[in-house]
Design a protein. Structure first.
Length: 101
């Protein structure tokens, strides 16, 4: 990382050793949904609403994908549930998520 004065600064430094100016905070990389997503805080099994939030799609789209059997799920009674690991692996193989055709 470089300071605005042009000096190379060590990673994690808050101030430039040459000019003493405050360095900007490094931006955290945005994770891709299936590649780098940290799923430590996501339960191993989630419902349709949580699936919609995780995949950033509508709840209607989740139910359409279930109806067309395009998404991995299992049922408990009438409830549709999703295994998080399978869901993320599936999402990682999709170029686009659509209910068409």
């Amino acid at each position: 990382m470089k300071c605005k004065c042009g000096v190379e600064v060590l990673e994690g430094s808050k101030f430039c050793p040459e000019c003493g100016s405050k360095l900007p905070k490094p931006k955290a990389p945005v994770p891709k949904i299936a590649d780098e997503l940290v799923i430590d805080k996501v339960p191993p099994v989630i419902n349709a609403k949580e699936t919609a939030i995780l995949l950033r799609i509508s709840l209607w789209m989740v139910y359409e994908l279930v109806k067309q059997e395009k998404i991995p799920y299992f049922t408990v009674g009438k409830r549709k549930l999703f295994r998080t690991q399978e869901l993320l692996a599936w999402a990682g193989t999709q170029d686009e998520i659509t209910t068409a055709g």
